[in-house]
Design a protein around this ligand. Structure first.
Ligand code: S0N
Length: 274
């Protein structure tokens, strides 16, 4: 894909690129040779980058993609798949892509999957857990788990079903077929399909539109949409945001001040909106 804008490196890693442009952070799985299949190193690095995305004030929207023009991500790297998970350089099997999924879901900023080719297996799950998916016309979507000895019965199934419906989700997992970008769009798991050469422009335009909107409003909407589906973990997220907003009020400040000044808090001074 032609690079039309100057992405500045945020941090150097072995298996991902992590770059910034105009408030947009881009995480690129950089294993083109293996269709951007992820190893435990890839997912550890993605976790670190996502943590930085959460912390940094100059990052408003996050884009997840794969290097080259063939694949977004082909799932877990089968070369390192052992008993109990994907075996890292320390010899320990892990499924730490699950941590990446949770981070994407709970990141209080929009995350866009920029799907530039195959999104298969665990790579399909990664696009599913992103808030939005924009795909190039050459993108292909699908699951292989039951054919290659794995499955994701978590977000990769349950949230997928919320997007495409139960029958389609079961078809995707039971049949292990591939779907074109247009078919994925019609199923409701892709927001827009564009020619490959327009993909990054389109994604940046969506990101820039969202950046004109209230970040707190976007954060609360994401938390609310998650809460409806994520049970106590979702409520915890939404409640955490409510606490953060409460801490911004004079009423909450009064409680803390009164404690430190060893006096009764004057909560009666604050408005009670109907
Ligand atoms: C992507 C496909 C369709 C591309 O086909 P194409 O273009 O014909 O290229 P290939 O010649 O097949 O591939 C090029 C080179 O890339 C290597 N490669 C491709 N995919 C992988 C991979 N996943 N691991 C390792 N290497 C890969 C090829 O081997 C080839 O190398 P060389 O040139 O040396 O032969 C096609 O490649 C394809 O079908 N790939 C496999 C896709 C797949 O089945 N992925 C699923 C992997 N498993 C998971 O993701 C498991 C997920 C999981 O375990 C999980 C469990 C619980 C909870 C969560 C998860 C989760 O991860 O989300």
């Amino acid at each position: 894909m032609e690079q039309k804008r100057e992405w500045k490196p945020i941090k150097e890693y072995k298996e991902i690129l992590f770059e910034l442009y105009n408030g947009i952070a881009k995480i690129t799985i950089n294993r083109e040779r293996y269709r951007n299949a992820f190893t435990p190193t890839t997912t550890t690095e993605m976790s670190d980058a996502l943590y930085i995305c959460r912390e940094r004030q100059d990052i408003n929207v996050v884009v997840l993609t794969g290097a080259g023009d063939k694949a977004f991500c082909a799932g877990g790297d089968m070369h390192v798949k052992g008993r109990g998970g994907y075996v890292g350089t320390d010899g320990v099997p892990r499924l730490n892509v699950l941590d990446v999924q949770k981070q994407i879901r709970s990141l209080p900023k929009p995350v866009i999957a920029m799907v530039n080719g195959y999104a298969i297996g665990g790579g399909h799950v990664l696009h599913v857990v992103c808030d939005l998916t924009i795909a190039s016309e050459n993108a292909r979507f699908g699951q292989t788990g039951p054919r290659v000895g794995s499955f994701d019965a978590g977000f990769g199934s349950s949230y997928l079903a919320r997007c495409v419906g139960q029958k389609r989700a079961r078809e995707i997992w039971f049949m292990c077929r591939q779907y074109t970008a247009q078919e994925a769009y019609e199923m409701g798991m892709v927001n827009k399909v564009v020619p490959l050469e327009r993909l990054e422009d389109e994604v940046v335009e969506w990101a820039e539109t969202m950046m004109q909107h209230s970040p707190l409003a976007l954060r609360m909407i994401k938390a609310g949409l998650n809460a409806e589906l994520d049970g106590q973990a979702g409520i915890q997220e939404l409640a955490g945001d409510a606490t953060m907003l409460y801490y911004l009020t004079d009423e909450a400040q009064e409680g803390g001040k009164a404690f430190l000044e060893k006096r009764r808090p004057r909560f009666e001074d604050y408005p009670k909106f109907p």
